[in-house]
Write a protein that binds this ligand. Sequence first.
Ligand SMILES: [Zn+2]
Length: 256
Amino acid sequence: MIDTHCHLYELPDPAAAVARARAAGVCAIVVPGIDAATSDDAVRLAAALPGFVLPAAGVHPDAACEAGEVVGAVADLARVETLARTGAARAVGECGLDRVGAGRDPRSQERAFLAQVALARDCNLPLLLHCRAAFDRMLRLLEPFGPHPAGGVLHAYNGSAEVADRFARLGLRFGVGGVATRPEAVRVRATVAAIPLDRLVLETDAPYIGTARVPKGAVSPADLPEVLAAAAGLKGMPEEVVDRVTDATARELLRL
Ligand SMILES: [Zn+2]
């Protein structure tokens, strides 16, 4: 299994978490940055665990907002650009739009997002996207570019299956994570069931998104088998099949 979205640098003991993940059958972990410092953390972890940790560099929409409308996360974006252009980062992200919560500045978010989309196109790197309550807007921003050549993933996807079709035409795939393991998450589970299997990849978003068994904040990449089991249940397919197909999709995207 490949964990396509894990904030390994946020875990109390990344080395121990990696050992447990390996023992649980995880063979690679994509570590996205959320700002300059954590993008550097991801690259450092990848140097310590070559072939296992795949680092991405990005400015999360929350970080883009905090940086303010005028400044627009300029210093963070500059560092992300360096990591992408020097080949240190295997993908650009996570980046995107988030309209949940008060006091968010859509203009600085969009500016940071579009800068990273352009960077990923220029460097021919995949995109790791975060999108909450802004799917229409994200499509409106992305569709004029046409398909993203190196593809990408909408992580922890919680939009509809219809909207997923439009994103899929842009070369994007969809991250299935902890939410899909919870019986009460009826809408997300129906979406996972409806999206074709070859458009899905697995993720934990560790330590953030809780599963049916593990509370939010305490998740680690070793919890990926719980996500695989949930995805297999929702697709009505054996775990081996879902593992093989999602693994192949992740490998193709990340050029493993
Ligand atoms: Zn994330």
